[in-house]
Design a protein around this ligand. Structure first.
Ligand code: FES
Length: 106
């Protein structure tokens, strides 16, 4: 169990408890965080769960897989710390992670 903070599209932070092994996409849906669409249900094939990892968490996350990097080429307004939240899975190492929801999803 750890904590994750989602910064929603209005700039408001929401800190929630997250079980290890749960994707940040699922957590955002469970807590009705505005802005995550997750059309494909976490299969890394829609790119509608785009987030930015803040405050050095991108490096700690280990970065995207080749498949995720390919899908990230489709997102609106990519940044160097862009990730697909369905591919970021909670672990002890990510306790305290801060995630900003992208303003637009396809
Ligand atoms: S939910 Fe579809 S790529 Fe993440």
């Amino acid at each position: 169990m750890g904590k994750a903070t989602f910064i929603d599209r209005s700039g408001n932070p929401h800190t929630v408890d997250v079980q290890n092994g749960t994707s940040l996409m699922q957590v955002s849906l469970d807590h009705s965080i505005e802005g995550i669409v997750a059309e494909c249900g976490g299969q890394c094939s829609c790119a509608t769960c785009h987030v930015y990892l803040e405050d050095g968490w991108y490096e700690k996350s280990g970065g995207p897989s080749d498949r995720e990097a390919e899908m990230l080429e489709c997102v609106i307004d990519p940044e160097p710390t862009s990730r697909l939240s369905c591919q970021v899975v909670m672990s002890d190492e990510l306790d305290g992670i801060v995630v900003r929801v992208a303003q637009k999803q396809y």
